[in-house]
Design a protein around this ligand. Structure first.
Ligand SMILES: [Zn+2]
Length: 104
């Protein structure tokens, strides 16, 4: 089953390079729309605290996603579910979380 989250490329139409909150430059089809995630997570992604010293990120690269998961800010399952992934995808994500001992 393939599923792709909405990205900045869907909004812009093209595939220009963008600088992510982490400083990486990536094409817009790698900048995932994360506005459905909790604002606290989106602030942590930008290097802030959960409570609001920086504005929440609207788009994040895959590196940011993996860092948030690795650091335990969010599980892979919660991440894809919030972005609207179908059940087969959230189940697969939950398996990956469990394999890493991060199921919650
Ligand atoms: Zn990033």
């Amino acid at each position: 089953m393939s599923w792709l989250p909405k990205t900045l490329a869907d909004e812009e139409g093209g595939n220009a390079m963008h600088q992510c909150a982490c400083g990486r430059r990536v094409p817009s089809d790698m900048m995932v729309d994360v506005t459905a995630l909790d604002a606290s997570i989106r602030r942590i992604a930008r290097g802030g605290s959960a409570r609001g010293d920086v504005p929440a990120a609207d788009y994040l690269c895959d590196g940011c996603r993996e860092r948030l998961i690795r650091e335990g800010a969010i599980t892979r399952e919660s991440f894809v579910r919030a972005l609207g992934a179908p059940r087969a995808v959230t189940k697969k994500a939950a398996k990956r979380d469990a394999a890493r001992g991060r199921a919650r």
